[in-house]
Write a protein that binds this ligand. Sequence first.
Ligand SMILES: [Zn+2]
Length: 353
Amino acid sequence: MTVDSDAVTSTVRISDFVLGLPKCEMHLHLDGTLEPSMKLDLARRNNIEIPQSTTAQIRESFRFHDLPTFLAVHYSNMNVLWTSRDYEDLAYSYLQISAQQNVRHTEMFFDPQLHTSRGVPFPDIVNGYRRAIVRARIDFGMSAELIMCFLRDYTAEYAMATLMEALPYKDWIIGVGLDSDELDHPPAEFSEVFARARSEGFLVTMHCDVDQVDSAEHIRQAIADLHSNRIDHGLNVLDDPDLVIAAREKGLGFTVCPLGYGTHPCGMAPELERIHAMLEAGLKVSVGSDDPPYFGGYLAENLQACIDVGGFTEAELVTISRNAFETAWVSERRRVELLEELDDYARRHGLPA
Ligand SMILES: [Zn+2]
């Protein structure tokens, strides 16, 4: 399967510095990387009827104005994914684009319930993704891991059943997460699932989306009650100085997604100001691309937006990459390798290593 030549929809020019920066991505939904050309190819391959017949029409259909409308568009696109080979192609395409942007390590979310709820066998999903990871290691020298997310708008019982299905694949799944619509679904609803996941050796992260009802309380639950190792988004940590202190003391990572915030009512700039404030508060913020075809770019485009829209400096981008490598779920040996690469790059550009 070919990579979509129109994969990067952003017209933003990426600077040589941003492109060459050694990067680490930890907020990326594999299910959300379905480019229009791949949707078209998979629909043909699997004999699935879809309402569109061109990539332009499909891209036009990627329209939404808030989280629920985004999820409705995104979830309906999943209907073209059926076989192990489909999942392999989806992940490999993302890994190939990321390698071209010098992403050196990535930890990729996947939501099996989007597929098992339609009748796709769990092993087909995981086997496909795993093959892509192994090929990317060989082809591009990059490392990649899988994080299995539970959809919080399904029940905790379904999440637990999904966790049980994942146990034979523990070696291939480094951690578990929580995503989808946060309204009326606080982290506490899934406390038993995450406790069991931790006891099985999975690391833990979870989405605490921006400006949700009770956002700060959800972050508190994630940190204090569910012992999350990272928070995805979590900009509302700034609402509570005690949370900032707790997160800083734990060295907790926050994965933020600038282009995704472009769809917020206030636009991207105020959210980048919050991210800047998080960095200044000493929090370990890193950047991810969330769902690239929907938000207009991969990791490099997101980092470029930090410069172009948020006024971030090159030194701050080095800090963001360093935060990512420091909070990544890699072996200490791999971490040292990645940090050395970053330090070399910073020195060559006259920046503090
Ligand atoms: Zn996300």
